[in-house]
Design a protein around this ligand. Sequence first.
Ligand SMILES: [Zn+2]
Length: 111
Amino acid sequence: MNIEQNYIYIGIALIVIVFILKAILGRKKPPTEDFVCARCKSKEKYTNRTIEAWRRGFKKIYCQSCHHLWLKNNPHHKKQQYHTSGGGCLSVLVLFALISVLTYGVIKYVS
Ligand SMILES: [Zn+2]
């Protein structure tokens, strides 16, 4: 077993740990149950979409009707919207792949 290879496994392990921590800590929720729409100023309850926007640090959060209006005016952003909805599933796959690699590394490291 050469030392260089060990560093690769330690590196992979660190990446996985950071990824898991980010996944856990990144699931935080907004401090209040509702928000004020940045456009029509109406008080709205947070939805999965607005919570996601809040997590990404967006200062302007829109209610459902204003969001649809915005999408109508910015049709090229629609594609991105679909992309984010599948993001959760994709990150699970990436996590699974990383764990597989890590497990493989540990088995090789131990043997
Ligand atoms: Zn609104």
